[in-house]
Design a protein around this ligand. Sequence first.
Ligand code: SDX
Length: 433
Amino acid sequence: MTETAKLIIDGKTVELPIIIGTEGEKAIDISSLRQQTGYITMDVGFGNTGSCKSKITFMDGEKGILRYRGIPVEQLAEKATFRETAFLLLNGRLPTLDEITQFSVMLNDHSMIHEDMQVFFSSFPRGSHPMNILAAMVNALNSFYPYLQDETDINFIFTRLLSKVRTMSAMSHKISRGHKVVYPKADLSYCANFLNMMFDSPVKPYRIDNDIVKALNVFWILHADHEQNCSTSAVRVVGSGKVNLYAAISAGISALWGPLHGGANQAVIEMLTRIHEDGVSMNSIIKKAKDKNDPFRLMGFGHRVYKTYDPRAKIMKKMSDKILKKLKLDDPLLDIARQLEEVAVKDSYFVDHNLYPNVDFYSGIVLRAMGIPTDMFTEMFAIGRLPGWLAQWKESMDDPEWKIARPRQIYIGNPKTKYISINKRDLETKEAE
Ligand code: SDX
């Protein structure tokens, strides 16, 4: 017997079905509301609105829980590789040894990109933002690798895209600096290959450091999915029109770029650098962040869902320590970040608003230690989020209930009026003067 919610409206009582999730989350299914009552609901920013039922990721914002296909992200970060995590998200279970071997072979077999694509990279103006380039180049993949949506092995398409995005990112980096492009190597793992393509050079061959490779695996695992966030919702909404996969993913990349979303990791480092260079006090930064008349926000703090410490930030914070120690690096921005956190988490404004560090607060420190340029930080987030976007896109395409996304609105504009000819308008204006 389905539980229902009763709504009394205009003297009428309507019953709406209640949906209960695996972990006891509850929703009122309002899909028949307009037809039964003529009413729609309003929820600007969709903070209280479920767009779908999903089996991919579970988050509990109050308890700081994050699980991919039921597995806590802490366990995956500690024990899994990014490839395994990508397979888990895409297939709903961890791979067998044969499957992960086959997946790795396919990732390497399809890691090259069409040579003609290199022309695109060198045609972008110097200083173009990597997210600008990535969004354009992923969209362009539909021209270089067109597929007929109903006639193909979508897992092959996914694997090829997962591999090529990594190559495109490293290649774009090299070309943007006028350096020789480094091709992927069949004997390197997914993450090691990326680092080698980024940093190997004829003058100074890149030495693979397993601790850095592990750190990159963890970084990408922590970013791999996050249920219906802004960019994933963009992928689902754009995909709901049945456009090709590349266009939907390109929309996700563009949505992620925003400083309130994935662009925050770059914004955090820029904020910490300003604090370091200007020598401003922590208290003045906190005061500025609290000032309603100041648009400044403490970047890397706060979250739509987490109202406690983002579990990913905890792991990222530990990893920033570890990687700096390993590389014998001393990053003043890490000290600033920790001081800022210390002051903020004790400040009543942040406590009252449930504002804690999110995944972006320490991630930039880790990327800096790896040698990743700041303007590539959000692109690194995008490469990590790609398996999640693909899994969510596939789930929406396979969902029998899924329809083209088309929210409603409440109109608050002009009542009915009429057209007035330009001459008459002109005359009226002159008469009014
Ligand atoms: C990501 O959704 C996801 O899952 C995203 C993500 C993922 O993995 O996909 O987790 C990745 O995007 C992480 C978030 C990265 N963004 C930032 O770090 C940017 C800084 N944070 C904020 O702009 C903000 O916290 C948001 C956008 C993240 C969340 O905004 P909310 O929950 O809609 O909060 P709000 O804008 O409604 O603010 C609520 C109150 C306001 O004060 P009041 O007007 O109620 O008095 O909290 C204040 C805000 O002013 N507030 C902040 C703040 N964040 C919220 N004040 C100062 N600094 C901040 N960072």
